[in-house]
Ligand binder design. Structure first.
Ligand SMILES: [Zn+2]
Length: 86
């Protein structure tokens, strides 16, 4: 395995999108993993799956650049008045 590939059981080093590369049964695809998690086994190919960081991304709730969201009030339901019919 070239550097930069992770195996099931390895610790996720950086939160972000990873490319999962399986043993033939499935095409490569992207998965999200958070730092400190462990890369999982694949149900189909077991440990013959590898992961590579595709795009580092911080969790939005852990990014100190953002504050708390202001609650948006639900729109009031307006009853339509029937215009004279009935
Ligand atoms: Zn697999």
């Amino acid at each position: 395995m070239p550097n930069g590939w992770f195996r099931p059981g390895d610790r996720v080093p950086v939160t972000g999108i990873y490319t999962a590369n399986h043993d033939q049964h499935r095409k490569t695809h992207e998965v999200f993993a958070a730092e400190g998690d462990k890369f999982p086994n694949c149900r189909m190919c077991g440990e013959r799956v590898n992961f590579a960081l595709a795009q580092a991304a911080s969790r939005i709730d852990e990014d100190t650049g953002f504050g708390k969201a202001t609650k948006i009030k639900p729109a009031k339901k307006r009853k339509k008045k029937s215009a004279g019919d009935g």
